[in-house]
Design a protein around this ligand. Structure first.
Ligand SMILES: Cc1cc2nc3c(=O)[nH]c(=O)nc-3n(C[C@H](O)[C@H](O)[C@H](O)COP(=O)(O)OP(=O)(O)OC[C@H]3O[C@@H](n4cnc5c(N)ncnc54)[C@H](O)[C@@H]3O)c2cc1C
Length: 428
């Protein structure tokens, strides 16, 4: 028996609703679709495909939700990491409209699934983008107009008094409240989706790291002790794929970001921080994001480490950020601290495509992937059912390697981030 990989030391892993191990692959089997990676991209696709009657097998190197999907801030942020206006500007009105029309679909898929499969994942509505200066406020005003052009309603600009009513902190000048933003316990959402997938006959193998994908017409996906022959394969390993597919690794870069959760706070303290229970992300280039969990902890994340991995002490790193936002929590005890990697692309737009007609990939959500992974799952299933128009619309986005190549891309990108960070501080 293969030794089981432990989960991360996250708050999510400690409070997950399903602690059952899945077996590791020890056989040669066949499936309609083999998916590599049991995060939101893989499982969202698997569930859409199983609902459509496909026989689907998911191979996971470690545990379900071991990657970013089981570690993230849990914020359902609408649209993409680069907004629709960038797509309109660089690719024209037609592609802008095609992708803009899909920008709010991922959040709806999540809500539909929670309802349909009765998934208990601490769903709470409302997401706030918080501005530190006038320039960021102006950008939020433009974002509201842009999203409204694409039919997204429920957006509310907050002035300084308005944001003080939402967040008990002095550091912001205003913000934008998206009433259809939301937050969740991401690992419990994912495990709920896995349960739905398994109830439809789907199978997930854990501790089954894919070591090779043979690019034949019916591709063969190999692990140390087994293999799957499938009509279609989906590569959904995102930042954790470590060069398995070199052409994908060249055009993306893993980046780390870290989170802490405090001890359980008394009801009145927890309620006083964010009285309406929304989640918050600020507008800085290297942003902080936070929310109060279902059991009254402040969950606070921030920072980016280019190239992936964590700083020496996550607690020290995040404490300064947290106490700057909420000085009233100075010295609060942290119960959990962890990091995770997301996958950055040069354009900050996601990468959808095929390596061969039967091997698909989706990756590179650039820090905002909870909703887009769910959209991606639907589009992958549509494409494998023979309706690839919406998947191929994303495939039209062009992706380039980071400047500096494998050796210098990290320092080059870090220098760029210092520049943007400085602009944030100066409000220019
Ligand atoms: C700390 C953190 C906070 C974040 N906060 C937010 C947020 O609040 N809101 C938001 O929208 N986005 C957030 N993100 C981004 C979001 O979590 C990701 O975009 C999204 O989860 C990506 O999902 P995925 O399934 O593509 O990848 P992952 O969840 O990383 O899953 C990939 C899986 O593939 C497996 N795998 C890799 N290689 C192999 C292999 N060879 N064989 C088999 N399996 C393999 C991995 O073990 C992993 O489980 C955050 C990310 C991080 C790291």
């Amino acid at each position: 028996m293969t030794e089981r990989t432990p989960h991360t030391g996250s708050y999510y892993a400690a409070t997950r609703h399903d602690e059952n191990d899945r077996p590791s692959l020890q056989d040669h089997i066949e499936a309609d679709v083999c998916i590599v990676g049991a995060g939101f991209t893989g499982i969202s696709s698997a569930l859409h495909l199983a609902e459509a009657g496909f026989k689907v097998v998911v191979l996971e190197a470690a545990r379900i939700g071991f990657g970013a999907s089981g570690r993230n801030g849990g914020q359902l942020v609408n649209s993409y990491s680069r907004d629709i206006d960038t797509i309109e500007r660089n690719y024209g009105a037609e592609l802008g409209k095609a992708l803009g029309d899909m920008a709010f679909e991922g959040g709806n898929i999540i809500r539909e699934r929670i309802e349909k499969y009765n998934i208990d994942c601490d769903y709470k509505p409302g997401g706030i983008f918080a501005a530190f200066n006038k320039k960021q406020m102006l950008e939020l005003t433009e974002q509201k107009a842009l999203w409204e052009r694409y039919g997204h309603t429920g957006l509310e600009l907050l002035n300084q008094d308005g944001i003080r009513e939402q967040i008990n902190s002095n550091v912001y000048v205003g913000g934008l409240l998206d009433h259809t933003g939301a937050h969740i316990h991401p690992l419990n959402l994912l495990l709920g989706e896995v349960a739905a997938f398994e109830s439809l006959g789907g199978v997930v193998y854990e501790d089954s790291k894919v070591t090779e994908v043979v690019r034949t017409d019916a591709p063969v996906v190999k692990t140390a002790h087994g293999q799957v022959t499938a009509k279609y394969v989906l590569m959904a390993g995102n930042a954790y794929m470590s060069g398995l597919i070199p052409e994908l690794a060249a055009k993306s870069m893993p980046c780390g970001t870290q989170i802490v959760t405090t001890e359980v706070l008394p009801d009145d303290v927890a309620e006083s921080l964010i009285p309406n229970g929304h989640c918050v992300e600020d507008c800085n280039y290297k942003l902080d994001y936070y929310r109060v969990t279902g059991d009254n902890r402040l969950l606070y994340g921030g920072g980016v480490t280019y190239g992936g991995g964590d700083p020496a002490s996550i607690e020290n790193f995040i404490r300064g950020h947290l106490e700057n936002t909420f000085p009233q929590l100075r010295g609060v005890k942290f119960d959990y601290a962890w990091g995770g990697d997301f996958l950055l692309t040069m354009s900050r737009l996601p990468q959808f495509g095929r390596l061969t007609p039967s091997i698909y990939y989706v990756q590179g959500y650039s820090g905002h992937g909870v909703t887009t992974t769910h959209l991606a799952g639907r589009l992958v299933a549509e494409a494998m059912k023979g309706h690839a128009e919406r998947f191929d619309a994303f495939g039209q986005l062009k992706h380039f390697p980071f400047p500096g190549g494998r050796l210098f891309r990290v320092p080059y990108t870090a220098v760029g981030a210092v520049y943007y960070g400085l602009r944030d501080k100066l409000g220019i």
